[in-house]
Design a binder for this molecule. Structure first.
Ligand code: GDP
Length: 442
């Protein structure tokens, strides 16, 4: 954390779109006390909301609302912070923001700057900041619960435990190096240290592999709809989404690219992708579309394989992905003359079977929400550093013929990678990217 502590005072509208019942304007920085005194008469007692006339620096009344003061360091950012709870009218908020901007040393906050200051002041670690960003972005119940669980410093506790193990291992190696010259040499550390390092490497590798579960909870359970042209893919997608997202047409081959719709099924985000019809491609563009469909289906968590029961056109499931076979257009085929081997029979026109299909989607995806209680890496950044840590431990284990100093250096680097996940070292270059994804005012 070598970033210089910011000295200027920032402010921003922290609540949502205007007009609204109440709008919250937040301040953080050393001028907060002076500004609140000037705008609200006196400083309210710490953390107590007081109803005040809110005035500009020149003394013009702008609104009447609640004013709060949070003295640092026991505040969200660690600095003096303030909140003005205004009437959520556009003109009210504009007047208050203009009045704040007119004070010397005050400026509008950048995206995520309050949270960035909280991080720089050691109030939260980097996974904690990332989890806050996820919590604000959360749209489904599973996303909300997962993001909230990740704000609890569970990652810090786990990674600190591993770092302690590595520090202990290095201390034992140091001790062996110190004793090496003496006649009374204790037993080799190899017997105790290396099996522990090997076990830790396996634990870290297994932990990194759980990222897929986190991705499914955060970004959605990926379902790809495939089938021959005219099997009813776009129509099904539309029926499920209950809105027009794909063009439905009689002309085969028009769904050339991948269209997506995200559904909330039992609290899980489920992303359904409609793909180009799979058959002999007639044009280059369509061939690319089909290749993309197959590629996507291979990576999907689940494939919905659609077959028009009125004009069956069997399609193979690509790459052995988990699949649900669905017979479509049941309104055109009487029950007695339907093929038997479908998991589900539907009509997007009459709605027959759609509830059963939604039930199957729910069954396939809901298991992932049980992972929410586990500590999972939840950013590609975390996984890359976990893999780096595991690789360093692997190097240390392999270099049996190298000196202990060199092998200890690998252990140190593994610890550094874990520290980087928590944001303790070497993260300056990442901060702009991480915090720019936040809203202004957070
Ligand atoms: P896609 O090429 O697989 O995306 O197929 P579409 O969704 O574009 O559907 C092809 C044609 O089948 C359209 O004319 C749809 O109206 C029709 N269709 C789709 N689903 C049903 C259904 O459940 N019943 C009937 N009767 N027609 C359907």
């Amino acid at each position: 954390m070598t970033d210089q502590m910011p000295r200027d005072t920032i402010f921003a509208l922290s609540s949502g779109a205007l007009p609204s019942g109440i709008a919250v304007v937040r301040l953080s920085g050393p001028a907060t006390r002076t500004v609140i005194r000037k705008m609200a008469g006196t400083l309210p007692p710490p953390r107590q909301a007081q109803l005040r006339d809110i005035k500009s620096g020149e003394g013009n009344q702008l609104d009447r609302g609640l004013v709060l003061f949070f003295p640092g360091p026991a505040s969200f950012t660690g600095e003096d912070c303030g909140e003005l709870h205004l009437h959520g009218g556009r003109a009210v908020v504009t007047a208050v923001l203009e009045a704040l901007g007119a004070f010397p040393g005050l400026r509008m906050a950048e995206a995520g700057e309050f949270t960035r200051r909280a991080f720089l002041n050691g109030k939260i670690d980097l996974p904690g900041a990332e989890a806050l960003s996820d919590l604000i972005a959360a749209e489904t119940e599973a996303q909300r619960r997962f993001a909230l669980a990740n704000t609890t410093e569970a990652h810090r506790k786990l990674y600190d435990k591993w770092r302690q193990q590595l520090i202990r291992a290095r201390a034992l190696i140091e001790a062996e190096l110190d004793f090496a010259d003496e006649s009374d040499v204790p037993g080799s550390v190899a017997d105790t240290v290396w099996p522990e390092v090997a076990a830790l490497r396996d634990v870290i590798t297994a932990h990194a592999a759980t990222y897929r579960d986190a991705e499914i909870i955060r970004d959605g359970f990926q379902v790809v709809i495939i089938g021959a042209p005219n099997a009813g893919k776009s129509t099904l997608l539309n029926a499920l989404a209950r809105r027009e997202v794909a063009i439905v047409t009689d002309e085969p081959g028009t769904t050339r690219d991948v269209l997506e719709v995200a559904l909330d099924i039992g609290g899980m985000k489920v992303v359904l992708a409609d793909t180009a019809g799979i058959r002999e491609a007639e044009g280059r563009v369509e061939a690319i579309g089909i290749e993309r469909s197959l590629e996507r289906a291979r990576k999907a968590d689940l494939v919905l394989l659609l077959e028009d029961m009125a004009a069956p056109h069997p399609v193979e499931i690509p790459g052995g992905a988990q699949a649900i076979r669905i017979g479509t257009k049941s309104d055109l085929v009487p029950p007695g003359s339907r093929p038997q081997d479908y998991d589900c029979v539907i009509s997007a026109h009459t709605g027959e079977g759609l509830d059963r299909l939604l039930g199957l989607l729910r069954e396939a995806s809901e298991g992932f929400s049980s992972c929410i209680g586990n500590v999972l890496p939840f950013r590609a950044r975390h996984v890359a550093l976990l893999n780096e840590a595991a690789a360093e431990l692997g190097f240390a284990l392999e270099r049996e013929n190298d000196g202990l100093e060199l092998r200890a250096e690998n252990l140190r680097r593994a610890g550094q990678a874990l520290a980087q996940i928590l944001g303790e070292i070497d993260v300056e270059h990442l901060l702009d990217e991480i915090f720019s994804t936040f809203c202004v005012g957070k």
